[in-house]
Design a protein around this ligand. Structure first.
Ligand code: ADP
Length: 478
């Protein structure tokens, strides 16, 4: 409605101008031309009459009969007192017949405003347009040797030009009506088209807002509204994916939390319901309750880490030497490796610096090396290496352990995904370690892959953009 109204207001202004300006301008033009022509006509007549020196009705009639009245409606000539000497509307009386008395002279005074002004010495012109007719009058004094000896007054009633002006007005009005009708129809049509599309977009936004994430728009054409529809679909796609991930995450997380809680409940009930339970058994049960509680703690800690990765910005990134962090990780996990009778071999090159936070890098390497030990056989080996490859720093953690089946490889980074649930549980796993690794690495602009290692075991490779200090970077050839 607003669109249509603004167009209509603009058109209305244009139409009003179209209907007034040309008519007013042509009326002005006609007034000017009338003034010029009437003035020059009065001037011609006045100069002809001036020749007479003093005016008498007969002489004036003679002179006037010689002059062409040029379409004038009325011509009056008066003496200085305003007495009419000649009136073109009154034909001269016929010559009186033989022996007849001549008719008595008629004394008429022309007391028009124009005549009065002319007798006072001024030229007067007056014209008006009314009822398709131009009525114009002009008056002028007849001056002989500086003396006003009379005045001449002319009147023109012109309906031909009046008609012309009227038909111009009429034509403009008709054209305006047609334009107005077309504008009205077109603006209603375009506004309708536009509002229909905007309404569809609004409806779609409302539907998606109510949770129907599968709803999509059909973009029509290639204008801004179609682009808007495309962007809306794109946004809804992302919303749908996020929503699915969130739902899956919540259901997986509650499932993971439910299992240890159920065990705790069961163990506690058993203790409560069994009379005179063997104290050693009670101790065993309570120990189990303790380890289940520990598992709950681990899961919640991991969940918190993931939430932080999702919502908090990365901490301040500083240059960190990857080899040094790996050295520390391996040293920390050495007792675990010893307990599982796993040997950790390392090949850590110097000068492998990346931009990261030390805590994040530690968490990444700890999870990878811990998994390599956890999912290994007694007597197995773990290989940790850090080296530079062009503009990247690569971190590899390989093992001779149980390995990961080909079909599970793409899924091991998913939240709560475990290849062997029983083994993971037994090893105190939560199924979240690798997804924390992947999210943390991505946060620092890196990538991570998992693949089988020949002849056995698996190999995890993480790559980070290498940090090159400004002043050293220029001189380096590597
Ligand atoms: P978990 O807490 O269960 O270890 P992760 O996210 O760290 O969870 O790992 C997901 C799953 O990937 C593990 O349950 C395990 O089945 C498999 N996995 C991880 N690392 C290795 C590895 N080095 N060797 C074999 N399997 C592994």
């Amino acid at each position: 409605m607003k669109y249509a109204m603004s167009y209509l207001v603009i058109f209305a202004v244009v139409l009003v101008l179209l209907n007034t300006y040309p008519v007013a301008a042509s009326q002005d033009l006609l007034f000017t031309s009338k003034r010029d022509s009437l003035k020059s006509q009065t001037a011609v007549m006045a100069s002809a009459l001036m020749e007479l020196e003093s005016l008498s009705a007969d002489q004036v009639a003679r002179v006037m009969n010689m002059l062409d009245s040029m379409g004038l409606t009325r011509i009056l000539v008066t003496d200085p007192a305003g007495l009419v000497l000649y009136d073109s509307n009154r034909p001269a009386a016929d010559e009186p017949a033989e022996g007849e008395e001549p008719p008595p002279p008629e004394y008429r005074y022309a007391l028009y405003q124009e005549v009065v002004s002319a007798l006072r010495g001024s030229d007067v012109f007056y014209s008006r347009y009314n009822d398709r007719v131009f009525t114009s009058t002009a008056a002028m004094p007849i001056v002989y040797r500086g003396m006003v000896i009379g005045s001449i007054y002319i009147l023109e009633i012109d309906s031909a030009q009046g008609e012309l002006l009227f038909s111009l007005q009429q034509n403009l009005r008709n054209i305006s009506l047609v334009i107005a009708a077309v504008t009205l129809v077109m603006s209603a049509f375009f506004s309708k088209m536009l509002t229909t599309r905007i309404a569809a977009l609004l409806r779609a936004i409302r539907i998606v807002g109510e949770g129907e994430y599968g709803h999509r728009l059909q973009p029509v054409g290639r204008d801004e509204l179609a682009q808007l529809a495309g962007e809306f679909n794109h946004l809804t796609d992302r919303l749908q994916t996020t929503e699915e991930v969130r739902r899956r995450f919540v259901s997986d997380a509650s499932h993971e939390l439910k299992t240890p809680l159920a065990s705790i409940r069961l163990l506690a009930d058993s203790i409560l319901q069994t009379d005179e339970m063997d104290p050693a058994m009670v101790r065993d049960f309570v120990t189990d309750i303790g380890s289940e509680a520990e598992r709950l703690t681990r899961i919640t800690e991991h969940l918190l880490s993931l939430t932080k990765l999702d919502s908090l910005p990365a901490g301040e990134q500083l240059p960190v030497d990857v080899s040094q962090v790996l050295e520390r990780t391996v040293a920390l996990l050495q007792p675990v490796a010893d307990a599982s009778r796993v040997t950790v071999e390392r090949e850590l090159r110097p000068d492998c610096v990346i931009l990261c936070t030390e805590d994040d890098l530690f968490q990444i390497s700890f999870n990878l090396v811990e998994n390599a030990i956890k999912y290994n056989y007694p007597g197995g080996r773990v290989f940790v290496s850090v080296y530079r490859d062009r503009d990247q720093v690569l971190l590899e953690v390989g093992d001779t352990g149980v390995g990961i089946p080909e079909e599970d490889l793409p899924k091991v980074f998913n939240r709560f995904y475990r290849v062997d649930k029983a083994r993971s549980r037994a090893a105190g796993g939560t199924g979240l370690g690798l997804s924390i690794v992947r999210d943390t690495i991505r946060r620092h602009g890196g990538w991570v892959t998992a693949r089988p290692r020949s002849p056995e075991g698996s190999l995890f490779t993480a790559g980070f953009p290498r940090y090159v200090p400004e002043e050293r970077g220029k001189g380096e050839t590597e």
